[in-house]
Design a protein around this ligand. Structure first.
Ligand code: SAM
Length: 193
């Protein structure tokens, strides 16, 4: 199935330019992914599923004008969100140099002006404040909230991409005012400001 059919089947309608950019992203990731150990899943189907996963919660969350993605790795979800939403300021926070080099290469190849890539660990960042903090497959909810403390402002929301073992994490993190959006084995945890 084409990426466009997959996304449309899941209720996501993106402009043609998004698919043109994704085509280049897929080519670059398939070219460099294995050499630099960027991502374990490099078939077109796997990358398409990761793109869908990155974008799916957009259907449910409130508008935002800036976000920081913690531990973007090879691009999920932050780079994909930045490609889909070029009017939004995106910060990608990733400590590993080869992953950062790849993200910078995609940024240059696509001319993404809305994107700032920061080679650092989240807990070391002092000088950015954003509307939304996202993260997928990095660490548990409690720790994510702790390491992003410096990035939050009074109205910062959070979108964490989680698996099925979410309940104990929620107890541990002592959060309230959240929604969980489920899709297959994925739980998208949205903590609203
Ligand atoms: C399992 S990978 C997930 C990558 C991507 N989010 C995904 O879902 O494919 C975890 C990533 O988090 C990064 N990471 C780990 N600890 C971090 C921290 N404290 N701050 C920012 N990034 C971190 C790692 O370098 C790694 O690239």
């Amino acid at each position: 199935m084409s990426l466009k059919s997959l996304l449309e089947k899941n209720g996501l309608n993106l402009e043609d330019s998004f698919y043109e950019d994704c085509k280049i992203f897929v080519e670059l990731l398939q070219k460099w992914g294995k050499v630099h150990n960027l991502s374990g899943r490099l078939s077109f189907e796997d990358i398409s599923e990761n793109i869908l996963d990155s974008l799916y919660p957009l259907k449910f969350i409130e508008n935002f004008s800036s976000f920081a993605d913690i531990g973007t790795g090879a691009g999920y979800p932050g780079l994909i969100l930045a490609i889909a939403k070029k009017d939004i300021k995106a910060f990608l926070v990733e400590p590993r140099i080869k992953r950062v080099a790849f993200l910078n290469f995609v940024k240059a190849s696509l001319g993404l002006k809305n994107l700032i890539i920061i080679q650092n660990r989240a807990e070391n960042i002092q000088d950015i404040n954003v509307d939304l903090i996202t993260s997928r497959a990095v660490t548990n909810t409690k720790l994510l909230l702790e390491i992003t403390e410096n990035m939050k402002k009074s109205n910062t929301s959070y979108l964490f991409y989680k698996g099925s073992m979410l309940e104990s994490e929620l107890d541990e993190a002592k959060i309230n005012n959240y929604n969980i959006i489920s899709r297959n084995d994925r739980n998208y945890l949205y903590i609203k400001a």
